[in-house]
Design a protein around this ligand. Structure first.
Ligand SMILES: *[C@@H]1O[C@H](CO)[C@@H](O)[C@H](O)[C@H]1NC(C)=O
Length: 336
């Protein structure tokens, strides 16, 4: 018995050291320890019940539709709680914004060239995967990522830019309201207008805090700033070919998706196929970096902002051709 518990605790430590790899046989007690979860006596039974329901779902669905799934730090949240914390892109404000219509265009890249079967921008731009934490700032991460990528690709300038600056300072008023709302959501196409006007400083000058704060104007004014000259948006529901051409010729693109399904929340690895096609509803912004094919399945390669222990080192591969979770619907990029 002693031997058994020693082995069990060594295994658990091993799991923790690898950043929660492939947890599917984990107990609630182990889960709490692994993620440092603390609950009040009142809250605990409810969290345990949610965890157990999620664990059952993960065990039943792991590998069933291709993608590997696992328990992660979000397994004690209901789908609604998860969405309200991590998938908070403000779709309403964005659809009303004049920038959304103003910037739409079919880029020159629609003139097709022969595209490779696999393509990945990470060979030229590979800043670390970030973690937005419990702040609805996905839009700031996709904005900073695509601007960084343009500097790396066009100018060979490799910088990590500040999302916190966007969270704190990008408050462009429109019809008496702000369009971007820090941790309450925003949108890359609107944020590019801020980057055009003000420019972004580096992450090291204005580090990420995962909460709303006062705009540190003197920090912004006192450091080198990286500007763009415009933001662009592909036509709604662009074809895979249009997106691939643009991605290939221009650089990584900020895309909007619906991120609340369990298959996405508990994704571990592989090509995710079992997600809704043509979602008009979107609630998360991520960064499209490439494409490829594995075992006859065509996929997109996408960078998320839920930390490096989610998915494939912070990235996911999503089935192509079906506009899954609305990935073809809103595609944006900055122009240097
Ligand atoms: C996008 O286009 C496809 C094919 O043209 C169509 O079947 C689909 O309904 C469209 N999706 C949306 C969200 O409009």
């Amino acid at each position: 018995m002693k031997w058994f518990s020693l082995v069990a605790s060594v295994l658990l430590l091993g799991t923790a050291a690898y950043g929660a790899s492939l947890n599917r046989d984990i107990t609630f007690e182990q889960f709490k320890e692994l993620y440092g979860k603390q609950y009040t006596a009142e809250e605990e039974p409810q969290r345990r019940a949610i965890f157990e329901e999620n664990l059952r779902w993960i065990q039943e669905n792991h590998g069933k539709h291709g993608a590997g799934l696992e328990v992660n730090e979000h397994a004690d949240l209901t789908a609604e709680e998860f969405s309200s914390m991590y998938a908070t892109l403000n779709q309403e404000a964005f659809l009303k914004s004049p920038l959304h219509k103003e910037f739409v265009q079919v880029p020159e890249s629609d003139i097709s060239v022969a595209l490779p079967a696999a393509f990945d921008w990470r060979q030229q731009w590979n800043t670390a995967v970030r973690n937005q934490g419990q702040c609805g700032s996905c839009w700031a991460f996709a904005t900073a990522a695509t601007v960084e990528a343009q500097y790396a690709i066009r100018k060979n300038v490799h910088v990590t830019l500040s999302e916190q600056q966007l969270v704190d300072c990008d408050h462009r008023p429109f019809q008496g309201q702000y369009e971007d709302h820090g941790c309450q959501g925003g949108n890359p196409i609107i944020a590019y207008a801020y980057v055009q006007q003000t420019g972004l400083v580096e992450e090291s000058a204005y580090p990420y805090q995962a909460r709303d704060g006062q705009c540190q104007s003197s920090t912004v004014n006192g450091h080198q700033r990286y500007h763009v000259s415009a933001g662009r948006e592909l036509p709604f529901n662009a074809t895979d070919e249009t997106i691939m051409n643009s991605l290939h010729q221009i650089g990584p693109m900020a895309v909007l998706i619906f991120a609340s399904d369990n298959e996405f929340r508990f994704y571990r690895n592989g090509v995710i196929q079992n997600l809704r096609p043509n979602s008009r509803q979107i609630n998360h912004a991520v960064t499209l970096v490439g494409w490829g094919t594995e075992d006859g399945q065509d996929y997109w390669i996408v960078k998320n902002s839920w930390g490096p222990s989610w998915g494939e080192s912070g990235y996911f591969r999503l089935g192509r051709h079906h506009n899954l979770i609305g990935i073809n619907n809103y595609v944006f990029y900055p122009v240097l």
